[in-house]
Design a protein around this ligand. Structure first.
Ligand SMILES: [Mg+2]
Length: 389
């Protein structure tokens, strides 16, 4: 078994593999590549495409076709993998991995930091193949409490994990269902715990809610029960905050629930305002014991009005989908890390992501088998996730 750069005499075999791949992707009718074209782009005066082939006993059985790209956002060069294919009968022997290793070597030699690729969302066999071939995840979503911090203290390995994401130029967001704080507040809170996370890399249920409303009804109005995290997010997407005839009543986390505000929310919903809540959590943590949270207050409003809210935060996978849009992530190359089976992991699965459960927060190892779904991987803590980046 050999992996080597493609040669002119491989062209007929490579065209054959491209057609097999198109057939595998149920799109054979769209594959119009000819041998002349491929020879031209690979070996013409200014090559537009590069390739490596995997050979067994003199037969070409696998191919990686790639080109050079430049990220205008990050200002860095990289390699973009156009096609990776190994004939099904030769899979499982590590040929896909070898082809990717050859590309990674190209990146190292040229000083490139990115190896990117994309597979159509619906194409499960291809996604599984790419994953099995060991392409590292491009994007990471990580929960905050119980994964990176616990009661304002950084958990062991959290700083190193964030540093590794930056070194490897991975796109990432730190997620929280808490809608009290703005990203700036949270970045400052994390910095006090010794974790450097820029505010652009924080995604809260308040931001997800604002993003959702801006898509549903651009330039709408809302009556808000919440703190700066939520009001700022809504202002920033162009929402008007009002207590007269709003399009929505938006309920978020607050530290001081006012009977007056809840009464107003109930009356506005009674008059036709749509009911949205940032997150369904019924309690939040405090050093003295649990505090009633958004879900509990939502239940009171529901009881009084008969109206159920639409919850945007976890476990609604919407929270992850909007986060992924924000960093231009694809589900097949994104990993989600969380400490709760019933929110992080289930939402990650529903958003089509690979999931990592860490046992440093809410869910204990003994609880995992009770759930009817399981994470892709279980780690003791974020310290064990560093090597996966
Ligand atoms: Mg958590």
């Amino acid at each position: 078994m050999t992996v080597r750069p493609v040669r002119p005499d491989d062209v007929p075999a490579v065209v054959g593999l491209v057609r097999e791949l198109a057939d595998y992707e149920k799109a054979l009718h769209e594959a119009r590549l000819t041998e002349e074209q491929l020879a031209g782009v690979l070996f013409g005066e200014s090559p537009a495409l590069f390739g490596h082939v995997a050979e067994i006993d003199g037969h070409v059985v696998g191919v990686a076709l790639w080109f050079l790209n430049f990220s205008t956002w990050r200002g860095t060069h990289g390699v973009y993998l156009e096609d990776l294919y190994v004939q099904p009968q030769h899979r499982g022997a590590g040929l896909g991995k070898e082809l990717l290793r050859a590309l990674a070597e190209v990146c190292v030699q040229r000083g490139y930091s990115r190896l990117e690729w994309s597979v159509l969302d619906w194409n499960t066999p291809s996604i599984e193949f790419y994953k099995a071939a060991g392409v590292p995840a491009q994007c990471w979503l990580t929960d905050m409490d119980g994964v990176l911090v616990h009661e304002e203290r950084a958990l062991p390995g959290a700083a190193e994990f964030l540093q590794r994401l930056v070194e490897k130029e991975r796109r990432f967001l730190v997620l929280t269902n808490n809608s009290i704080f703005t990203p700036r507040d949270l970045a400052a809170r994390l910095a006090r715990a010794g974790l450097q996370v820029p505010e652009e890399s924080i995604w809260t249920s308040a931001l997800a809610t604002a993003d959702f409303l801006a898509t549903q009804l651009p330039g709408g109005s809302a009556y808000v029960i919440g703190e700066a995290g939520l009001t700022t997010a809504l202002y920033e997407v162009g929402y008007t905050l009002t207590d007269t005839d709003p399009d929505y009543v938006v309920l978020g986390e607050t530290r001081t629930y006012s009977f007056e505000a809840i009464t107003r929310a109930i009356r506005l919903i009674g008059r036709g305002a749509r009911f949205i809540a940032t997150n369904p959590d019924v309690t939040g943590p405090s050093p003295e014991g649990p505090l009633p949270a958004t879900g509990s207050v939502a239940a009171m409003i529901t009881r009084a009005t008969g109206a159920e809210p639409y919850f945007v935060g976890k476990p609604n996978p919407m929270m992850f989908r909007s986060a992924m849009n924000r960093i231009e992530a694809h589900s097949e190359s994104t990993i989600m890390i969380g400490d709760r089976m019933d929110t992080d992991v289930v939402a990650g699965i529903e958003a089509g992501l690979e999931t990592v459960l860490v046992l440093s927060g809410s869910t204990a190892a003994a609880d995992v088998p009770r759930f009817p779904f399981r994470p892709s991987r279980i780690c003791d803590s974020i310290a064990d996730v560093i090597e996966l980046v």
